[in-house]
Design a protein around this ligand. Sequence first.
Ligand SMILES: NC(=O)C1=CN([C@@H]2O[C@H](COP(=O)(O)OP(=O)(O)OC[C@H]3O[C@@H](n4cnc5c(N)ncnc54)[C@H](O)[C@@H]3O)[C@@H](O)[C@H]2O)C=CC1
Ligand SMILES: O=P(O)(O)OC[C@H]1O[C@](O)(CO)[C@@H](O)[C@@H]1O
Length: 386
Amino acid sequence: MKQAVHFGAGNIGRGFIGEILHQNDFAISFVDVNETIIDALNAQKEYDIELASDAHEAIHVDNVRGINNAKNPEAVIAAIADADVVTTAIGPNILPFIAELLAQGIHARHVANSTTPLDVIACENMIGGSQFFLSKVKEHLDEADLAYVDQYVGFPNAAVDRIVPNQSNVDPLHVIVEPFCEWVVDESQMKNAALKIDGVHYASDLEPFIERKLFSVNTGHATVAYNGAAAGYTTITEALTDETIMATLRDVQAEIRALLLAKFDFTEADLVAYHNTICERFANPYIIDKITRVGRTPIRKLGYDERFIRPIRELSERDLPCDTLIATVGKIFTYQDENDQQAVELQAKLATTPLVDVIKDVTGVTDAALIAKLTAAIKANLKVKN
Ligand SMILES: NC(=O)C1=CN([C@@H]2O[C@H](COP(=O)(O)OP(=O)(O)OC[C@H]3O[C@@H](n4cnc5c(N)ncnc54)[C@H](O)[C@@H]3O)[C@@H](O)[C@H]2O)C=CC1
Ligand SMILES: O=P(O)(O)OC[C@H]1O[C@](O)(CO)[C@@H](O)[C@@H]1O
């Protein structure tokens, strides 16, 4: 049996990556710090994925185990030394914290003179996730290990698409997911191209796929979340029953389509169909997705290359409209969730720092005209003194 090491036994880890790896005859070592999940994986050694649809179809996943990386890093290193593939779905902010452990696993392969190539695939909602991870892993490697990585360890970027809300099932491993799924990997960055995983689409150029996905699914979902939160809703489906919010989503999708058409070879008809499907996915009545999950970590989502600022910058550069995206950024600055550290931090910054400085700080935008537009959108929603 092939061996997979997957970092992050959470929603998408168990609910999507686990399914695909299992269907490709991998035994999966899930690495996580959540003791409940790790203990349950080791006790049950299997779990079910339930599709959120009329039939509630179940997909059984077995040959799984859990390793707690905080308590047993040696076992993680040994698993990496033996792995045929390494994947992550842990959150972009966490990748730097597991980089040293991955570096130690790579070092173990090197010391064992392994010439078996390995790909490390970060399945995070971010552009260039695996290459970002590589940059962090490199900080923990010496020259000899760096040369080994150049030869034997690939970090192909990937786009992963399946909505998996937070779970509240009795069985901590059971996971309810939407039926739709898509996993695209940049083949050009692989070191082990001979190992192809069924259910993964391999692309020679990931850019059109990741941008279409991130700026359609993630920008769209976040648009519903932040406008929904501002209107007082708590779930995505609830917010989408509000015609104004659905219209805002449609307007954002139209702005995004204009950008995707300007940059890539998509057809308008294909993008309209893609966006219509996304609206149906968001409104799936079998999924209860809290606005707090989709709107989580707002400072990350306001980043320079993230789901709002990047399309706004690129549309502005092309003199294409982005008013609804900018108006939604205005809503993000009002977003409150006392359980979300970044939401609290953003409000604290706004209370103590001039607005223009906060905008520059969180978005990285330097263009004066764009800063002025963002300022106006934020002031339309927020009572700020300066
Ligand atoms: N849930 C979804 O629908 C999708 C999520 N993603 C991406 O997948 C990533 C994970 O998202 P979810 O699965 O939703 O989150 P999640 O919170 O359900 O899972 C993350 C897991 O990482 C674990 N973790 C956190 N810090 C850790 C550490 N230092 N060491 C080991 N494990 C640690 C947590 O305990 C948790 O089990 C994110 O980057 C997200 O953007 C991508 C596509 C879909
Ligand atoms: O905050 P993150 O990590 O991007 O995760 C939330 C996102 O995950 C998804 O459920 C799947 O990509 C999106 O619909 C949502 O925008």
